[in-house]
Design a protein around this ligand. Structure first.
Ligand code: GLA
Length: 695
């Protein structure tokens, strides 16, 4: 293992979410202020009146708690347009009708998706002369009632959005503050079944009061309406809203980016004790299918949300969705975890070094167990049936909810989880366990960089976790086309008894001329159960083909690194980091001095080069890039294998470039590390200007 530098803090991650959502708002041409600042000056808008007697919101609350009212006994499922359209032109009647049609045609309705919801920007900028909301006639030429009727005609339910403020977040339409009773009645008259109630432009009015007033206004309509509180977790609604709304957002807005999804998961997961039938934690709507994450990442997103009993509101335009997207959203076995009638949110059993184990109790006594790998390398993650909360039993059925296959275990629940992946099992103390094949835990070790032109060793290990023998076990490791991969020890065994393992050593060498970079080997394990059922497992094993820099002096930006992580956007070559996309930086400049060559990083960052014992020194001019307008504070470090060989000390946006040089003789790898100097990583655009190796 290479030494790990703790680079991120929870605070820092939250800031990423804030920064990302700010970026989104900017992209949509809106005002980007921190959520807490999204209020205006107080107005004197008088509150409208409940139809019968005008009561104070607080008094009404304590006298007649509205909830539980039997709604949202399981987390709401459906669709909301926001994550795919924001206020774009695609958000219109055709889209909403199209989604309702697809819910029916593609079986999503049958899978449990029910609500078809509108988000911000459905109304005109101003109310009419009677104070009523007016639908945007370009988007919804036939009005909202007709649209709700259409959705209802499909056997689905219809949802709408407004803000507990004077205007909505996109500033596009009026909010309901001071108009709660009138707006609620208008929604009910249209046939609305679900209201998302946002928090922007709230004029500093107490959140509890605002959300309770709307709860009472909805109740006064007499129509059952699911009430979704969207105040981003600012006022800890989990502590007071079980009696106010059916669900409450726990975080700022999600964006279609891995870091955003993971940081939201981390805030929402510890709130498990507060969730239950009729009152759910809401970590925001799904991004599955929107294109900013891989399918593996989207499967993790969907698995984690289901484990957390989160609302499952599809946030992609299903009219354009791929089959892979449908396959994720329509995984009925994972949905069943989310919708389990016991209504418990999964608990985090373990989290260590990005390896997470979650367990969710289910109504029939089973447990759902998720093994989530936050890291960018495959990781072995494991727990036991006992730790997961299952009763003592001689064996357990393990149902893999993504592969839809059964095995059994004597108690261990473990596997190698791909980078950013999640294994989800339904675990049962089922007496029928002997009818399922034993679970085999297969993994690979020693997959460090492989130098082109040399030979490396990899060990694979396959262990029987079950109580019955695995028969005719055969393992195979395959390389990319042209690579030599040869076993050094046996690759099979006739019988692998319970608890025993098959270890195989392999020699691998990349095809001559292989370009340095990431490659994948495929490790396959094939076996039979005592009853003859055949099981095949495959695992991708990443390897890096590397080559030491050539003799002489080379710029780091002209070499291929082994890995690079960055706090914001990707590391750039010969440019500053710029924004979140590749290639969006500016020419490198520190303290007014331009540099033609270098690496544009952003704290926390770590860039690893393979030097293969061939290099003598590393040198660079380091500093905060001028694009931050003097903001940002960072430290730069150079590591040769496990040893820190140079350090810049704290540098701010006002400092000139500082020369850093280090002897790296004999080192196999050199890591260039940027830390945030302890103050969070806002504006930490860090340049390794003129960075070069002498080899
Ligand atoms: C806020 C909410 C989002 C979305 C937008 C609409 O940011 O948190 O979910 O509804 O407003 O403007």
């Amino acid at each position: 293992m290479r030494p790990h530098t703790p680079l991120t803090t929870r605070r820092a991650r939250r800031r990423v979410v804030a920064a990302l959502s700010a970026a989104f708002l900017c992209a949509a041409g809106m005002t980007a202020l921190p959520a807490t600042a999204r209020t205006g000056d107080a107005t004197d808008t008088p509150p409208d009146a409940p139809p019968a007697a005008k009561t104070s919101a607080g008094a009404a609350a304590s006298a007649t708690p509205r909830l539980p009212d039997g709604l949202a006994r399981t987390p709401p499922m459906g669709f909301n347009n926001w994550n795919s359209t924001h206020c774009g032109a695609d958000f219109n009647e055709a889209m909403i009708k199209g989604i309702a049609d697809i819910f029916v045609a593609k079986g999503l309705k049958a899978a449990g998706y029910e609500y078809v919801n509108l988000d911000d920007c459905w109304a005109q900028k101003e109310r009419d002369a009677n104070g009523k909301l007016v639908p945007d006639t370009t988007r919804f030429p036939n009005g909202i009632k007709a649209l709700a009727d259409y959705v209802h005609s499909k056997g689905l339910k219809f949802g709408i959005y407004t803000s507990a403020g004077t205007r909505t977040c996109a500033q596009a339409m009026p909010g309901a503050l001071g108009h709660e009773y009138s707006d609620a009645q208008q929604f009910a008259d249209w046939g609305v079944d679900y209201l998302k109630y946002d928090n922007c432009n709230n004029q500093g009015v107490d959140a509890k009061k605002r959300y309770i007033t709307m709860r009472d206004a909805l109740k006064a309509t007499g129509r059952p309406i699911v009430y979704s509180i969207c105040e981003w977790g600012e006022n800890k609604p989990w502590e007071w809203a079980a009696d106010v709304g059916h669900l409450w957002r726990t975080t700022g807005d999600i964006s279609d980016v891995w870091d955003s999804m993971v940081s939201i998961f981390k805030v929402n997961a510890p709130l498990a004790p507060y969730a239950g039938p009729g009152h759910w934690n809401d970590p925001d709507m799904l991004e599955v299918g929107n294109g900013g994450m891989t399918d593996t990442e989207y499967r993790s997103h969907f698995s984690l949300w289901s484990m957390m009993a989160a609302p499952l509101l599809i946030g992609t335009d299903l009219r354009k969705a791929s089959q892979a997207t449908f396959d994720i959203l329509d995984n009925k076995e994972v949905i069943a975890l989310d919708q389990d009638p016991l209504g418990k949110q999964a608990q985090v059993l373990k989290s260590e070094g990005g390896r997470w184990v979650l367990s969710k109790p289910l109504a029939n006594g089973d447990r759902a167990v998720a093994l989530f790998n936050e890291t960018d390398r495959p990781q072995r993650i494991g727990t036991t049936a006992k730790e997961a909360g299952l009763p003592q039993a001689s064996g357990y059925r393990l149902r893999d909810l993504w592969k839809h296959e059964d095995t059994h275990t004597a108690g261990e629940i473990a596997g190698t989880v791909p980078a950013h992946g999640t294994l989800v099992y339904r675990v049962s103390a089922d007496r029928q366990w002997p009818q399922y094949p034993p679970a085999l835990d297969s993994g690979a070790d020693g997959v460090d960089p492989v130098e082109v032109g040399s030979e490396a060793r990899i060990a694979t290990l396959t262990r029987n976790l079950g109580r019955t023998p695995a028969r005719d076990v055969e393992v195979e490791l395959k390389g990319p086309q042209g690579w030599r991969v040869e076993p050094v020890t046996p690759t099979g065994t006739h019988v692998l008894p319970p608890g025993k393992e098959l270890a195989t050593a392999w020699k691998i060498s990349p095809l001559a001329g292989t370009k340095p970079g990431p490659y994948e080997l495929t490790f396959t394990t094939d076996y039979r159960s005592p009853r003859g059922q055949r099981v095949t497992q495959t695992l991708a094993v990443p390897v890096h083909a590397v080559q030491a820099p050539p003799a002489g002096t080379s710029y780091a930006s002209d070499l291929t690194w082994v890995t690079a992580t960055n706090g914001y956007g990707p590391v750039e070559r010969d440019r500053s980091v710029g924004g979140p996309q590749a290639g969006d930086g500016t020419p490198i400049s520190i303290g007014g001095v331009p540099f033609a060559k270098g690496l544009g990083a952003h704290a926390p960052s770590e860039i690893t080069y393979y030097t293969g014992g061939q290099c003598a020194s590393f040198a660079a001019q380091v500093g905060v890039d001028d694009e931050t307008a003097d903001q940002g504070t960072v430290t730069f470090e150079v590591w040769a294998d496990g040893q820190r060989v140079a350090e810049s000390g704290k540098l701010t946006g006002k400092d000139p470039a500082k020369a850093v040089s280090a002897a790296v003789s004999g080192a196999n790898t050199v890591r260039l590390v940027v830390q945030d100097a302890g103050d969070g990583f806002f504006y930490d655009h860090a340049d390794w200007a003129d960075a070069k190796f002498t080899c």
